[in-house]
Each structure stands twice: as structure tokens, then as C-alpha cells.
Design a protein around this ligand. Structure first.
Ligand code: AMP
Length: 281
């Protein structure tokens, strides 16, 4: 496995692979890898000849008071994990390689980015879609892999790829969880032992919501209130949002019919965690 820091070098390797008729699978990440990332890499390994992982903590997708500087970074550990999962190449660019002096171009997906995390993190998705477009242009993958953990991001990337005629397939993989149900996230390392103990309340409240829907509840407001009550009972948790939306346009719904996405963001101290569940009736 090779680690490459320059765009030109990576392009050459990919060009050579393409000449040999190889297909390219691509997993974009911010590193500090966990089983969620590795599940994407393994799927990419199974479906492509060349597997490329990018590790780039993208300053553009962080707000000014967010955790860009604190975000955990450990290339050595990531390299070992990635190699074991079947990765061939790690693309690990410096910020100035991606955004050199004079950089002025941005990609914006409208509507889908206005609610949920887009509402609480202004500019976040513009940062994501810009960097992902650049990475797609550099790596030119046949297939790219994203996690359902970031449900809104996955939809936004799908929309962007379709709207901009990007010649690739977007594959979305299920959320990988800890044994107690907490969705794996690089940010989980920020949690104090007490916060970590409390954090599974997110998934538990999503599962309880799913259960009441199964029992016949169809009011989105009732489902939402149940989740809010549940999480508010945990003193360490502070709710950013709880949303019940349709699964394509991410618009808040009144009645739960067919499919719905229940998504939430909750803070434990400074740490903002997200989770979601898809329900079908
Ligand atoms: P990140 O490094 O957090 O930007 O995540 C990189 C990719 O891994 C994104 O497509 C995420 O949705 C995906 N991912 C992160 N956590 C998980 C998880 N627990 N299960 C599945 N995929 C995940």
C-alpha cells in the first residue's frame, strides 16, 4: 500500500491502472478510521481492482467555532487499518495541495442542504460537496462508498453526482455501531467516560420511535416528541435537532407513510453526535 500526498502522482498511478483496464473504487474520509470506514473499504475491495482511500480533514466543511483543529489525526494507525481492509492507495493531501493560493471555486447543492445538519452547520455541505467533487475529479472512481450514518450527506452526494453527470456509482452502506448501539464516529473519542455511557440514548430513542411506528403511530410530531422527551431525560445530552422527513427531499413530514428518515443531532458537552434510522410502514 502506498501513501501519496501529491495530486499529480496519484493521477499518474490511476492513469496507469486504467490503462491496464483496472476499475477504481474510492472511499473519501477524514481519517481516524473505525469499523464504519473499514466496512466501506472492504466493500470497495470486493468490487474494484484498485481501492483508493482519501484522508483529508477538510477545513472548508468546518464552521469557525467547530473542531477542525481538535479533529483526531493518526496516519500511522489509519495506514495499518486501511491496509488490512484491502486498501491499495491512501491519498493524504496537504491543505495547500487541495486549496492553493487563489482558490475560488465551490460546489453547492440546493434544497437538500437547507435542513437538518445544513441548518445547524451553515456552509458545511458546501465544503463537503466542493471537496468531494475535487476528489472525484482527481481519483476518477468507477464506484464510491459512503455511510448511511451521514444520511443527509449521502443524499446530497447522490444528488450532486446525478445533477453534474458524474460518471460513477454512489454506494451507501449501513451504519456500523458499537455493541451498545452508539454509531461509530471518529468524534466518539472526545466523549468523557460519563458522556460515552450516556450516548447510546440516541440509538435507543430511535429504536423506540421505530417500535411505536410499528405499533401504529403515524404522527411525525408524536414520534419526534417522544424522542425529544427521551433524550431530554439525559442531563448530559443537549438536542440540536430531531427531524422526521421523507427519504428523498428531506422535507419534514406530518404523517409517516411509506418511508421516513428519523434523524437527530445531539451535543454531549462540545461533542456533536448524529444518528438516524430509516423506517418503513
Ligand atoms: P468521515 O471520516 O466521518 O468523514 O466519514 C467518512 C465516510 O465514512 C462517510 O461516508 C461516512 O458516512 C462513513 N461513516 C462514518 N461513520 C460510519 C459508521 N458508523 N458506519 C458506516 N459508515 C460510516
Amino acid at each position: 500500500m502506498q501513501t501519496i500526498r501529491e495530486i499529480a502522482t496519484l493521477r499518474q498511478i490511476i492513469k496507469d491502472a486504467r490503462h491496464r483496464g483496472q476499475t477504481v473504487g474510492f472511499v473519501p474520509t477524514m481519517g481516524f478510521l473505525h469499523e464504519g470506514h473499514l466496512s466501506l473499504l472492504r466493500r470497495a475491495r470486493a468490487e474494484n481492482d484498485l481501492v483508493v482511500l482519501s484522508i483529508f480533514v477538510n477545513p472548508l466543511q468546518f464552521g469557525i467555532n467547530e473542531d477542525y483543529n481538535e479533529y483526531p489525526r493518526d496516519l500511522e494507525r489509519d495506514s495499518a487499518l486501511a491496509e488490512e481492509a484491502g486498501c491499495d492507495l491512501i491519498f493524504y493531501p496537504a491543505v495547500k495541495e487541495m486549496y492553493p493560493r487563489g482558490y475560488a471555486t465551490f460546489v453547492d447543492v440546493e434544497r437538500l442542504t437547507s435542513g437538518l445538519c445544513g441548518a445547524s452547520r451553515p456552509g458545511h455541505f458546501r465544503g463537503v460537496t466542493t471537496v468531494v467533487t475535487k476528489l472525484f475529479n482527481i481519483v476518477t472512481p468507477d464506484r464510491t462508498y459512503f455511510g448511511q450514518k451521514d444520511a443527509q450527506q449521502a443524499l446530497v452526494i447522490r444528488r450532486m453526482a446525478a445533477d453534474l453527470n458524474m460518471d460513477l456509482e454512489v454506494i451507501v452502506m449501513p451504519t456500523v455501531r458499537e455493541h451498545d448501539g452508539l454509531a461509530m464516529s471518529s468524534r466518539n473519542v472526545y466523549l468523557s467516560p460519563e458522556q460515552r455511557k450516556a450516548a447510546p440514548i440516541l440509538y435507543q430513542s430511535l429504536l423506540q420511535a421505530k417500535e411505536s411506528i410499528k405499533k401504529g403511530e403515524r404522527s411525525a410530531a408524536a414520534v419526534r416528541n417522544q424522542i425529544i422527551q427521551n433524550i431530554s431525560a439525559e442531563p448530559l445530552a443537549s438536542i440540536d435537532y430531531v427531524s422526521v422527513t421523507d427519504t428523498t427531499e428531506l422535507q419534514e413530514i406530518d404523517r409517516i407513510q411509506n418511508q421516513a428518515l428519523i434523524a437527530l443531532a445531539v451535543r454531549f458537552g462540545q461533542t456533536r453526535l448524529i444518528d438516524n434510522i430509516l423506517v418503513e410502514v
